[in-house]
Write a protein of this length. Structure first.
Ligand code: ATP
Ligand code: MG
Length: 586
């Protein structure tokens, strides 16, 4: 972590360039409006001074009227400028942050599976939305305002110095001392706010995890444990807020004290100067007015520096996130032929973590002819799902080569690969969208007749007929469908995509016999004319395989044609058949 108040100018500049350049005219207009509003604020007291001095010199009522009219005009124009600037700044900020949000979301989607395993969705939301929210002002007015306010304060101090150097010096001293103290306090408070945000990211990550696991938590009676954890996080957050507020409160009160000092100086010095006649009443007014005027910008600078530092923390995190690069890259591209494809693993090894000692797959070699179906068996944790994830290129093997239709899959683009391989995982993800969108995966070009034909093919037509609005019924993510129906829906997706290779990671949950029969039937249809890898948990599905492979601790311990293995009484497969697949594998 970088030191909180060491401002990473380059990262700032890059973000500003990337997200303001596309809306340059609007951003420039905003800059002009903001500077104009600051300049107008400086102009008004000079008019009042003219008014007062004219009144004292008794130079006639017309002058007073015109001064008053000018004063009002300037005040009104300033209000209009402020409104316009606010509008423009919201506009610029939203355009920039929305573009950044979209870029970050896309970036995250492109990152490796290992990245997504590491970060909880709640944490990512906090990055893509929470951190970006912090940047809204940064993009629109922060830089201009900070600059403008510094200019304003400097301008006032110069005007005061010109008016009377002793007065100017005293007030400059008080202001400088105040700013230094502020800067010091700020450097203390920022890390504390940052720790608060970290705690919040973790809190939301946990909440997201708990909400996802509501069923498990309830069924295992873990509510008291979760509540205790929640309480601990909330307490942690509370402590962090208090720690930050302890410093923050000094920051809140500091400007008030600085100004008390400035007024005292102005009274003492102004009084003497007025008594010996070296100041007019108008000049005296201007001095007090300017001290008052400097108050706003100083508060503003304080706010803006804090915001800049908060933005710093967010920018550092966003830059970090943008810096993470996927390790899976597209190859030059391959055109796979239509129809079933051959699959080959050559000496494939793989480990998830950086530690090569923890290999999940070891020297896997096999070859599937186009159109054959492989039944993959093995105890839980033996590496079956992992093997299929490699074929899909969620991860790259740490050794060896995987070929699809004799091409190294690393030579293909990921979209080409995923177009030609279909996968049904153990858990089917439903989206909160219509049945049609859930089936076509948001591809609106698929005609309804095709969708309906596929629904009939997998045997979901009865279910569809029972839905209130047919294909337009909105499904709730995660709910509403039985495990069997969800599997069938996933099959239907594959039918629509019509890939050459199908991977089926069968759900190990038990289904009722009727649903099981429907699934078997659908698997039959699914495998026809395609190469298949089925991770089977049911005897029925295994019977469909042409070849059988048994994995144990990442190694192939048996591999051959199903008929041969079943006939050989000494094989592990026939042993499994005798004792019952479900008992051994579950
Ligand atoms: P099951 O029958 O229970 O689905 P499986 O054969 O599919 O088991 P895999 O999911 O391939 O088993 O897991 C193989 C090994 O890899 C296990 O020891 C598991 O703990 C480990 N593993 C799986 N996924 C990851 C991951 N994302 N990061 C680290 N290790 C993992
Ligand atoms: Mg698995």
């Amino acid at each position: 972590m970088e030191r909180a108040n060491a401002i990473p100018i380059r990262a700032y500049a890059r973000l500003l360039r990337d997200y303001l350049q596309p809306q340059m005219p609007r951003a420039l207009l905003l800059g002009v409006l903001l500077l104009a509003s600051i300049a107008l604020r400086l102009a008004n007291p000079q008019i009042v001074r003219y008014f007062l001095d004219s009144a004292e010199a008794q130079t006639g009522i017309e002058r007073l009227f015109s001064a008053a009219a000018l004063f009002m005009a300037v005040a009104i124009v300033r209000q209009i400028v402020v409104v316009a600037a606010t509008y423009a700044s919201e506009n610029v900020a939203w355009t920039a942050t929305n573009a950044l949000r979209a870029d970050l979301a896309l970036h995250c989607l492109k990152l490796d599976m290992s990245f997504h395993k590491q970060y909880k969705p709640g944490e990512l939301i906090e990055r893509v939305d929470g951190d970006v929210n912090q940047l809204a002002n940064f993009f629109s007015q922060l830089v201009v305002n900070l600059f403008g306010n510094l200019l304003l304060v400097a301008g006032v101090l110069v005007l005061l110095l010109l008016q009377d150097w002793r007065l100017g010096l005293a007030i400059t001293g008080a202001t400088l001392a105040g700013l230094l103290a502020l800067n010091w306090l700020n450097s203390r408070v920022i890390p504390r706010w940052e720790r608060l945000r970290e705690t919040e990211a973790q809190l939301f990550g946990s909440i997201e995890e708990w909400l996802n696991g509501t069923e498990e938590i309830r069924s295992s009676g873990a509510e008291p444990y979760i509540l205790r954890r929640l309480y601990m996080w909330l307490r942690e957050r509370w402590l962090r807020v208090i720690a930050a507020m302890r410093v923050q409160v000094w920051i809140f009160t500091l400007p008030i004290n600085v100004f008390a000092l400035a007024y005292v100086a102005a009274h003492l010095i102004g009084n003497t100067l007025f008594s010996d006649g070296s100041l007019t009443i108008g000049a005296l007014f201007v001095i007090f007015y300017y001290i008052d005027l400097v108050k706003g910008p100083l508060w503003g600078i304080l706010d803006q520096v804090q915001e800049l530092q908060r933005a710093t923390a967010s920018i550092v995190r966003i830059t970090e996130l943008r810096g993470i690069q996927p390790t899976i890259h597209d190859g030059p591209g391959v055109t796979f032929p239509a129809g079933p494809l051959a699959v080959a693993f050559e000496d494939v090894s793989f480990h998830y973590a950086d530690d090569p000692a923890s290999r999940v797959l070891k020297d896997i070699t096999f070859r599937l002819q186009p159109g054959t179906v492989l039944g993959l068996l093995g105890r839980t944790g033996s590496g079956k799902s992992t093997l299929t994830r490699l074929l899909f290129r969620f991860y790259d093997p740490s050794g060896g080569t995987i070929r699809l239709d004799a091409e190294d899959i690393r030579r293909a683009r990921q979209t080409e690969l995923r177009d030609r391989i279909g996968m049904v995982t153990q858990e089917v993800q439903l989206f909160r969208a219509t049945v049609r969108q859930n089936l076509t995966l948001f591809d609106d070009t698929v005609p309804d007749e095709r969708v309906l034909a596929v629904v009939r093919e997998v045997g979901l037509d009865g279910w569809l007929a029972g839905l209130p609005r047919g294909l337009d019924t909105v499904l709730e993510s995660g709910g509403g469908l039985s495990a069997g129906e969800a599997q069938l829906l996933a099959f239907a997706r594959i039918f629509l995509a019509d890939p050459g290779v199908v991977i089926l990671d069968e759900a190990s949950s038990r289904l009722d016999p009727a649903t099981e029969a429907r699934i078997e039937h659908a698997v039959d249809r699914l495998m026809a004319g395609r190469t298949g890898i089925i991770i089977a948990h049911r005897l029925g599905t295994v019977q469909r395989a042409d070849e059988i492979m048994i994995l144990d601790e990442g190694r192939i311990i048996e591999y051959g044609a199903r008929a041969d293995l079943a006939a050989d009484a000494a094989s592990r497969f026939s042993q499994l058949l005798r004792t019952g697949l479900e008992e051994v594998m579950a």
